[in-house]
Design a protein around this ligand. Structure first.
Ligand code: PXP
Length: 241
């Protein structure tokens, strides 16, 4: 199975917004990511618009050849935006106004009936829906039960821990990816990955996509964006061999 790299460009917009102007442009970054070998672009339109804007989403859909994965909270506003723009995929994430980044996975099991209708409306518009969840059997079963075809496993905890705690988190992710395959769910992963943490995750055979942002944009300061992406892709493919 091949492993795709989705490059999250949110933090190009964070830098742009720091001065309120047009530079650096996330659409330009997405095009560069494509020429560096990215397989998809991910952008999170947050309720407070702290990085990616509505206008960015319109341009990304219109101008990109790569598939766009729109990360969004399950709100009525985001549903309308997704239906209007029709990205290739939508990844439903939990969102809290005060968090610095997406802190944990979506509680699919705890809000099954609300999410079921939400996912059905997106899928009826031909948008491939994934649910961003912790590597947990009950969440996988709930995702399957409500008709999702893709899940993305939250790797944040794995990236934050060290030693035996980290080994335990790798094991959890491996088991969850295996169980997702048994349930017939396509399985992605992401959050907090860098050159060190990516390899054990990329080595999990049933994963088909990793979504990586903050580290790549940060590393671009030192290496340039294309070089930072090329190196990430090299490590991912090396882990698969
Ligand atoms: N996947 C999902 C669902 C996310 O919410 C994020 C962060 O926006 C990422 C992947 C990428 O995480 P990071 O920017 O830490 O690489």
């Amino acid at each position: 199975m091949t492993l795709r790299l989705g490059v999250n460009i949110d933090h190009v917009a964070t830098i742009r917004n720091a001065r309120g102007g047009m530079h650096p442009c996330p659409v330009r970054a997405a095009k560069l990511a494509e020429s560096a070998g990215a397989d998809g672009i991910t952008a999170h339109l947050r309720e407070d618009r702290r990085h990616i804007s509505d206008a960015d989403i319109v341009r990304l859909v219109e101008e990109l050849r790569l598939p766009l994965n729109l990360e969004m909270a399950a709100t009525p506003e985001m549903l309308q935006i997704a239906l209007r723009n029709k990205p290739h995929a939508a990844c439903i994430v939990p969102e809290k106004r005060t968090e610095v980044t997406t802190e944990g996975g979506l509680d699919v099991a705890g809000q099954q009936s609300t999410l079921e209708q939400y996912v059905a409306e997106l899928q009826a518009a031909d948008i491939r829906v994934s649910l961003f969840i912790d590597p947990d059997r009950a969440q996988l079963e709930a995702a399957k039960a409500l008709g999702a075809v893709v899940v993305e496993l939250h790797t944040g905890k794995y990236c934050e821990t060290r030693g035996t705690a980290q080994a335990f988190e790798v094991e959890r992710l491996q088991q969850a990816a295996l169980y997702a395959a048994e349930l017939g769910l396509e399985c992605h992963a992401g959050h907090g990955l860098n050159y060190e943490t990516v390899m054990p995750i990329a080595a999990i055979p049933s994963l088909t996509e990793l979504n990586i942002g903050h580290f790549l944009i940060g590393e671009a300061i030192f290496l340039g964006l294309e070089a930072s992406i090329i190196e990430m892709k090299r490590l991912m493919l090396a882990a698969r061999e």
